[in-house]
Write a protein that binds this ligand. Structure first.
Ligand SMILES: NC(=O)C1=CN([C@@H]2O[C@H](COP(=O)(O)OP(=O)(O)OC[C@H]3O[C@@H](n4cnc5c(N)ncnc54)[C@H](OP(=O)(O)O)[C@@H]3O)[C@@H](O)[C@H]2O)C=CC1
Ligand SMILES: CC(C)(CO)C(=O)C(=O)O
Length: 313
């Protein structure tokens, strides 16, 4: 294979960040963008403000209409839309999927794996996850809020194939942490335990981890939410490793911590939230195994009321 051709779908806080890092490292990257984001990037460039070094680039862009008119298979699709944009995004990037294309999703949760498998076949879909805290401002600049940026990926059946090794080589050395996981689904479950707890805590109690810890009953509620997400993962055959669980516990119970979930930041700015994917789907998987999660359910109910009110305008 020549240089790997990478298409980033979802050039927001996550995809814009990793796309920019890959471009700056000389990889062949194109961004699939819709009109608004395309105009923003043409006018201001792709800008990243980061503790690891700022970037200001003029990336290659393609629109869905251009792809449809000229179907072009890419080697790797780095998928980083929000979960609620997935159906439309799959329609848009379908002309970029050929027999040899691998799709590496960085979305939170797991439900997108099934949706993509149904559309593109199991072989096309890798497992993947990212740990980063980033936001995009009104001008489209991406701000990395904490010095943390990894991409973890792998074949979902744990095999180490030539294609995953080629992807590992393409992602390596681009000024972020990259890891080929021996069991990527287990890694995604761990991340979900953490994220659903962080999202549940911050959205239910409407504050950062530090603000929750300072409130009467805050620490007890936060600890109970983490116990619920861990119990669901365990019942689904993915027990959270003890060291990871303890580390997560210390992060979600930390006094004075400014940590928030991206879902909480979306809630605070009045934007759409990924509650169905991050909390609803987890609750469903718990119910299937007989595990109740009353606090996560309360967080989900509250976010569902918010979403319903928001969609009425
Ligand atoms: N931000 C964070 O700190 C973290 C986020 N995540 C997860 O990563 C995923 C992405 O989140 P994030 O980057 O924050 O979200 P953003 O909203 O910042 O970015 C999503 C981007 O997807 C674009 N998009 C949506 N539909 C399409 C489409 N059909 N074609 C092209 N582009 C499209 C949007 O573009 P447009 O401007 O056109 O709407 C937007 O730029 C989520 O699942 C999130 O949970 C994971 C770890 C951390
Ligand atoms: C848990 C965290 C902060 C880690 O990247 C995240 O994924 C999110 O806020 O969406």
């Amino acid at each position: 294979m020549g240089a790997m051709r990478i298409l980033v779908v979802g050039a927001g806080a996550v995809g814009g960040y990793f796309g920019a890092r890959l471009m700056a490292a000389g990889r062949d990257v194109t961004l699939l963008v819709r009109e608004g984001r395309a105009a923003q990037i043409r006018e201001h460039g792709l800008q990243v403000i980061s503790p690891f070094g700022d970037l200001h680039l003029q990336p290659k862009l393609v629109t869905a209409a251009e792809l449809r008119a000229n179907p072009t298979p890419y080697d790797l699709i780095l998928l980083s839309t929000k979960a609620y944009s997935l159906e439309a995004a799959m329609e848009d990037f379908a002309p970029a999927v050929g027999a040899q294309t691998s799709i590496l999703p960085l979305l939170n949760g797991m439900r997108h794996l099934e949706a993509m498998e149904a559309r593109f076949g199991a072989h096309a879909v890798l497992g993947g996850s990212t740990r980063i805290v980033s936001d995009m401002d009104a001008e489209g600049r991406i701000h990395q809020l904490e010095p943390l940026h990894d991409v973890v990926f792998g074949e979902r059946d744990k095999s180490v194939t030539p294609r995953i090794q080629a992807i590992a080589a393409a992602l390596h050395g681009a000024n972020f942490d990259d890891k080929l996981a021996p069991d990527v689904l287990a890694f995604m479950w761990q991340k979900w335990v953490f994220l659903a707890a962080l999202g549940g805590i911050t959205c239910l109690m409407r504050g950062s981890i530090g603000e929750v810890a300072a409130a009467p009953g805050g620490l007890e509620t936060a600890a109970a939410i983490l116990d619920e997400t861990d119990a669901i993962a365990t019942a689904n055959g993915y027990p959270t490793p003890q060291a990871f669980l303890e580390n997560t516990r210390s992060r979600v119970l930390k006094k004075d911590s400014p940590l928030t979930a991206s879902m909480y930041r979306d809630l605070e700015r009045g934007a759409a939230v990924e509650a169905d994917q991050i909390l609803g789907d987890l609750i469903r998987r718990g119910k299937e195994k007989g595990v109740a999660a009353p606090l996560v359910t309360a967080a989900y109910a509250q976010l569902s009321v918010y979403s319903a009110r928001r969609s009425k305008g």
